[in-house]
Design a protein around this ligand. Structure first.
Ligand code: NAP
Length: 248
């Protein structure tokens, strides 16, 4: 059985490792190639875009695949849309694996927004100390709000991505625990956090820390996912793959 996992998340890697241990399953993990040194896998990986919907369809035609698991980050909307369209057209079963989103808890002060432009606008006119933990792709949007002082954390260097008078870039790779996040927020006197509603525990520390300090969080909602079967953890994804094994 040939399984294509669209990755870019820890769950995609974990799923690949678990499936690759099973007899009779050939897994390929596909990464976009954004991270310069992705973790080494014990099974085949392919790296780089497919070349849009047509490219993905061509790949699936050249590499006959019994099922596809979209384990991309919930904010990676384009690849998810292309996967849904390609799989529908080629009649390849597709499952989405996305962690449940975070839900607001008592004590949270969240300002929920639909996208990064709204997030930047929601910071207001008065200068504030802002912690941006949104990855690197959309950081430039905050150039529209240059009055704030930004602390920007990313995995890969993005110096120069935010041309505003007051910005500090820091490099770090999660997981980030709550106590360390609390210390960071205090050290930089952060007044407001901007985060994507990624879900999962690895990056939840900043949300819990903000709650403890009474700091507001601008929470960017997930883009709408394509219709279709979906699960929220690796075990459920493995069970779904098992149910799609072709007869011997
Ligand atoms: P996107 O906007 O949905 O995709 C942009 C393009 O990147 C796609 O059209 C595709 O190129 C290529 N691509 C994305 N995921 C791919 C994959 N798994 N394998 C091969 N090509 C892929 O995605 P994005 O937001 O740029 O995210 C890129 C990658 O980073 C994804 O793998 C995602 O899981 C990971 N990631 C994203 C975020 C986030 O916040 N967006 C956070 C953490 C990790 P072609 O059209 O040429 O096929």
């Amino acid at each position: 059985m040939r399984v294509l996992i669209l990755g870019g998340t820890a769950d995609a890697m974990a799923l690949g490792e678990r499936l690759a241990e099973q007899a009779g399953i050939a897994v390929t993990l596909s990464l976009a190639g954004r991270t310069q040194q992705p973790r080494a896998a014990t099974f085949p990986m392919r790296i780089g875009g497919f070349g849009g919907l047509e490219g993905l369809k061509a790949w699936l035609t050249d590499n006959p695949t019994d099922c596809v698991i979209d384990a991309t980050h919930p904010f990676a909307a384009l690849i998810s849309r292309n996967a849904a369209a390609a799989c529908a057209e080629l009649e390849v079963p597709l499952l989405a694996l996305h962690r449940p989103q975070w839900l607001k808890e008592a004590g949270d002060d969240w300002r929920v927004v639909a996208n990064m432009n709204e997030a930047a606008a929601s910071l207001g006119e008065t200068s504030r100390r802002v912690f941006l933990t949104i990855g690197r792709q959309e950081v430039a949007v905050f150039a529209a709000a240059p009055q704030h002082r930004y602390l920007v954390r990313s995995i890969e260097p993005i110096d120069g991505a935010l041309p505003v008078p007051h910005v500090t870039f820091m490099l770090a790779r999660g997981p980030f625990d709550e106590e360390a996040e609390l210390a960071l927020l205090r050290q930089h006197e952060v007044e407001i956090v901007v985060a994507k509603n990624s879900g999962g525990l690895a990056t939840y520390g900043k949300i819990a820390a903000a709650r403890r300090l009474g700091i507001p969080v601008v929470m960017v909602s997930r883009p709408k996912a394509p219709e279709g079967p979906s699960v929220t953890n690796v075990d459920e994804a493995i069970a779904w793959v098992g149910s799609h094994r072709p007869p011997p």
